[in-house]
Design a binder for this molecule. Structure first.
Ligand SMILES: C[S@@+](CC[C@H](N)C(=O)[O-])C[C@H]1O[C@@H](n2cnc3c(N)ncnc32)[C@H](O)[C@@H]1O
Length: 301
């Protein structure tokens, strides 16, 4: 159907509607998110299709049996917490899983009683909205630049960088081999091989990659995956190797928060300068402001 016929069909439909129902339909058309799937650009659709594909390979909690320490740490959380990957499961998807009884947003505080409290949710990946915020509003034009995602997991930062930026090369470094294989599968299938490379390695063996990078992304890399002594050592390594003047470091949460409670000799004031971000770039109804405010940008001095 071409545009003229579609427009006519919509007008005819409105004309045929009971006049009392018309305001409600028009209001729904003005405000609904049901049209989102028709208005997203191709890159969003491609990322959603990657998420759909990855959901078939991973359990609902998106944690693998090989992630011993992370599984243990989540269990020890003071409040009951579930892991839901924000790239694989957006808010609408979680709502539908809750409706089907496959997931709950609440837990029972006293076993057998009706008293419930909200469950804590942890995501180990950026959501589509966070990726778009980073590439459209946090980072400058990346033409000719090298980007490194420390702990690339499902590869979301790499695919987002391929589709939403002109970065010359996007490197992911991931210590979990199973996740590296999943990333390789996506990179081949979607033909991202010319600009994305994944290294199965501990970031603490990748000094020269970090030294040459123009942009380094660190989304909650160590907290759930290393014990405190190893976290401190890894941060010292990062601090020692990310030294290229003017290069950019994007972190979640802030460096202050990540380093608090760890024994390190890192002097933030001589290493980095924080670049303020504008978090008000999306209409309120579309955004999870709390999640965006966790994103911080630093320039290396
Ligand atoms: C929270 S996920 C980040 C996922 C991804 N960067 C994103 O934003 O969507 C952190 C990942 O870092 C990996 N990781 C933790 N310590 C690492 C290390 N020392 N070297 C390489 N990867 C590491 C973990 O296995 C985990 O998959």
């Amino acid at each position: 159907m071409d545009f003229r016929s579609a427009r006519l069909a919509v007008l005819q439909l409105l004309g045929a509607l009971a006049p009392t129902a018309r305001p409600a339909l028009l209001q729904w058309m003005r405000t609904t998110r049901d049209f989102d799937e028709f208005t997203q650009d191709n890159n969003d659709i491609m990322l959603k299709s990657i998420a759909e594909e990855l959901r078939n390979y991973l359990p609902l909690e998106t944690m693998l049996p090989s992630e011993h320490l992370a599984l243990q740490k989540i269990k020890q959380h003071p409040e009951p917490t579930v892991h839901v990957d924000a790239f694989l499961y957006d808010e609408d998807f979680i709502d539908s899983l809750c409706e089907e009884g496959k997931m709950s947003r609440n837990y029972c505080m006293v076993c057998g009683s009706q008293q419930t409290a909200p469950l804590g949710f942890i995501s180990h990946s950026f959501s589509l909205m966070e990726l778009k915020f980073i590439y459209h509003h946090v980072l400058p034009d990346l033409s000719g630049k090298i980007l490194v995602d420390v702990g690339s997991r499902l590869g979301t930062v790499l695919y987002g960088g391929y589709l939403y930026s002109s970065a010359l090369q996007l490197y992911g470094v991931e210590m979990n081999e199973d996740f590296c294989q999943l990333q390789e599968m996506v990179i081949k299938k979607y033909q991202f091989t010319d600009r994305i490379k994944v290294l199965h390695a501990d970031i603490c063996t990748q000094g020269s990659l970090l030294q040459n990078a123009d942009v380094i992304i660190m989304n909650n890399v160590f907290e759930y995956f290393l014990n405190e002594a190893d976290q401190a050592r890894a941060w010292e390594y990062i601090n020692h190797n990310i030294r290229k003047q003017g290069s950019l470091l994007v972190t979640v949460p802030s460096l202050e928060e990540s380093l608090s409670g760890l024994q390190t000799n890192i002097q933030l004031s001589t290493w980095i300068e924080e670049v303020p971000l504008n978090y008000d770039v999306y209409p309120e109804k579309d955004m999870d402001r709390e999640a965006l405010e966790q994103i911080h940008l630093y320039k290396i001095l």
